[in-house]
Design a protein around this ligand. Structure first.
Ligand code: ADP
Ligand code: MG
Length: 449
């Protein structure tokens, strides 16, 4: 009897539940979900790259061994990142009961549950894009097709695009709407060409009820993928299927992009999102705080919103950082604290004693269960590199050391590595709950230990 990937996954979880400590199980094993199982092996999905690194490193071998025992042969087990997932229907069972050709790949795309129209704060800078997106979601393919939304980074393109998807699914649960980044579209295209399975690619992208494609600028210079996208586009457009595209610039500014595509992009409605005005930025912060049940005084919201103007991802990041420090210093979120955190004056002001980088190294290594000497060595495995990045970030935040000094304390690393690490952790603090929890816990321990 052939086991479905869901059955295999259940067995993996059952077995590991008995062996792995509860918090780790809940964090790493329990959220695993099946993405595919075919001749290529079994692919399990995780929500972000950090978790993938951990689960692959710590449990990859054990999981492979369990699968091998279950199916009686060696099976390649891979882990892939699928951010913002929603629970998947068990498609393998359906696949088992039908002849392969008759199965239409109707995998629901994985959407961030927070990226809905309800969670989108509308202001003058994004009102037009918002109502265009709503219009498309309510009357797909009818009003203007395609809808092309462009803006700088962190201004809500992905949020709006996924809101459309959520809306279409709420109107028709079984709608076959494809949400995909242009990068994934390209990777999937290359993979299917190589494996001689273009019929699957065509079935998915031409047979769908609508295509929402994110960050199309990625295709610049990718001639073959552009050609395939052009055909996909025409096919869907002719059959009145909804097409929504996001991009970091207006169509006419796209370079190394097929002229025919550029003119298709401009043929429907083109709209941009501008950086939001102050009132909108305040409203976004308040909405986020309210959603997380946190009280932030109005003057603090105003202060953050006044200082961070051009990117909502960064705006949200500032709020998260402030909350982390408020927890760390056991201080209420006040204007005073906000001022210090945002001015990067944390070392002297929040911490009572100056913090030594040694403490940060010790606590982080201890918390992440990594060896201190390895962290200071040239070892580049994911787990070690992550620990090092966290240490660099905290050292910059909590000590007075310069970039060069932090680099040299951590095994003679270049100051540009320190900058990169700090930026990476800052970004992950916004996007990755696991990194958020890790940094906050280490902050707490650094303070008490
Ligand atoms: P982009 O795709 O343009 O780079 P995103 O859609 O990923 O930007 O938005 C970045 C972050 O800002 C997300 O967390 C998103 O929820 C939030 N965001 C953007 N615009 C708004 C808005 N108008 N209201 C609420 N949150 C927003
Ligand atoms: Mg985006």
């Amino acid at each position: 009897m052939k086991l479905s990937s869901a059955e295999i996954l259940d067995a993996i979880k059952d077995e590991l539940k008995a062996k792995v400590a509860r918090p780790k199980f809940d964090l790493l094993i329990s959220p695993l979900f099946a993405v595919s199982d075919d001749e290529d092996g079994l692919t399990l999905g995780v929500e972000n790259a950090v978790l993938r690194g951990w689960v692959a490193e710590q449990y990859g071998k054990e999981i492979s061994a369990i699968v091998e025992r279950l199916v009686g042969r060696r099976v390649e087990v891979a882990f892939t990142v699928v951010p913002g997932r929603v629970p998947l229907p068990d498609q393998t069972q359906a696949a088992d009961s039908l002849p392969p050709k008759a199965v239409k790949p109707r995998l629901r795309p994985l959407l961030n549950p927070l990226f809905t129209f309800d969670n989108f704060v509308v202001g003058p800078a994004n009102a037009f894009a918002y109502s265009a997106a709503r219009g498309v979601a309510e009357k797909p393919g009818i009003i203007y097709n395609p809808l092309f939304i462009y803006s700088g980074s962190g201004l809500g393109k992905t949020h709006l695009l996924q809101s459309i998807a959520h809306h279409l699914f709420s109107a028709n649960e079984s709608a076959d709407i494809v949400y995909i980044t242009a990068e994934k579209f390209m990777n999937e295209f290359i993979f299917k060409v190589r494996s001689g399975r273009m019929h699957e690619f065509h079935a998915k992208f031409r047979g769908c009820d609508g295509l929402l494609i994110d960050d199309i600028h990625i295709l610049a210079g990718k001639t073959e993928t552009q050609g395939e996208f052009f055909n996909t586009f025409n096919y869907l457009h002719e059959t009145n299927k909804v097409i929504v595209i996001t991009c970091d610039k207006p169509p006419k500014e796209l370079r190394q992009m097929d002229e025919r595509l550029v003119s298709r992009f401009s043929s429907g409605l083109v709209t941009d999102i501008e950086p939001p005005a102050l009132e909108t930025r305040i409203a976004i912060l308040q909405k986020k705080a309210a959603r997380e049940n946190i009280y932030i005084p109005e003057e603090v919201c105003t202060f953050i919103a006044e200082n961070i103007t051009s990117n909502i991802r960064v705006l949200e990041g500032a709020l998260i950082k402030l909350l982390a420090y408020s927890g760390y210093a056991a201080q209420p979120v006040t204007l005073d604290l906000a001022r210090r955190v945002l001015k990067d004056l944390l070392p002297e002001t929040v911490s009572v004693q100056p913090m030594s980088i040694n403490t940060i190294v010790d606590v982080t290594c201890d918390y992440l269960k990594v060896n201190r000497a390895t962290v200071l060595s040239s070892n580049r495995t994911k787990k070690i590199a992550f620990a090092r990045q966290v240490i660099m970030y905290l050292a910059r935040e909590l000590t007075n050391l310069s970039l060069v000094q932090v680099g040299s304390e951590l095994g003679d690393r270049d100051h540009s590595t320190v900058i990169y690490s700090c930026q990476k952790i800052e970004r992950d603090l916004v996007e990755d709950p696991y990194v958020q929890a890790t940094v906050q816990n280490i902050l707490r321990l650094v303070k008490t230990g």
